[in-house]
Design a binder for this molecule. Structure first.
Ligand code: ATP
Length: 205
């Protein structure tokens, strides 16, 4: 099975691209969803997180409060690393399990939607990386328009990720999302067509 690793930066357009793949009938495995599931119901993960960060990350009903956890780690790089060390091995495991199920069903392509693909070294587990890129100022203004965050919070979240320009340099395929939705779709169709030809995929996928 051929796996595309889809990544980018906060607000660069990854989810928009993931939607496009779904529309083409290509399954998208979402790392964020796996993280949410782990925080909600995976006891070993929950216990490790409480041990590491204390009960300040819990909501009134005793569940991990993602927003509190996010605020805790975005202002502290060391805390973020510790969180990543706890969560990432299970995310990889979850992605691999889901991919194995698709492979059993003889599906030929899948997409791994992983915001921190390079930062976590998950690029080693995919066949090709597609980076959705936009210039920094556009990234900033799209996040500001979409999310209920202050300018400082948007800056902190952007700074917490590896630079999008660096990711662009490492990418196998760069999708430039600084134009219109139509331009985005045109690039995706072209890159997808090229991949199908490279993989000699002329029938259904
Ligand atoms: P995150 O990782 O933070 O979830 P993302 O990379 O998935 O972000 P999207 O949610 O797809 O990014 O896009 C960010 C915002 O920019 C959204 O509000 C989306 O509607 C908008 N957007 C995406 N592509 C374009 C485009 N080509 N033109 C205008 N707006 C766009």
């Amino acid at each position: 099975m051929f796996t595309i690793g889809l990544t980018g930066g906060i607000g660069s357009g990854k989810s928009t691209v993931a939607q496009w793949f779904k529309k083409q009938g290509v399954p998208v495995l979402d790392a964020d969803k796996i993280v949410h599931r782990l925080l909600l119901s995976d006891l070993p993960t929950i216990e490790k997180l409480i041990h590491e960060f204390g009960s300040e990350i819990l909501s009134a009903n005793g569940q991990i409060d993602r927003s509190k956890l996010g605020k805790r780690v975005f202002r502290d790089e060391d805390a973020r690393r510790r969180l990543e060390r706890i969560v990432h091995p299970s995310v990889l495991e979850g992605m691999q399990e889901e991919r194995a199920a698709l492979q059993d069903a003889k599906i030929r392509f899948c997409v791994w939607d992983v915001p921190l693909l390079y930062e976590t070294g998950l690029e080693k587990f995919v066949d090709e990386v597609w980076v959705v890129w936009v210039p920094k100022d556009l990234q900033f203004s799209r996040v500001l328009a979409r999310d209920n965050l202050s300018r400082a919070e948007v800056e902190a979240r952007m700074a917490a990720q590896g630079s999008l320009d660096e990711k662009r340099k490492r990418a196998d395929v760069v999708i430039d999302n600084s134009g219109s939705d139509e331009e985005l779709e045109r690039q995706l169709a072209e890159a997808w067509e090229e991949l199908l030809i490279k993989q000699r995929c002329t029938d259904s996928y």
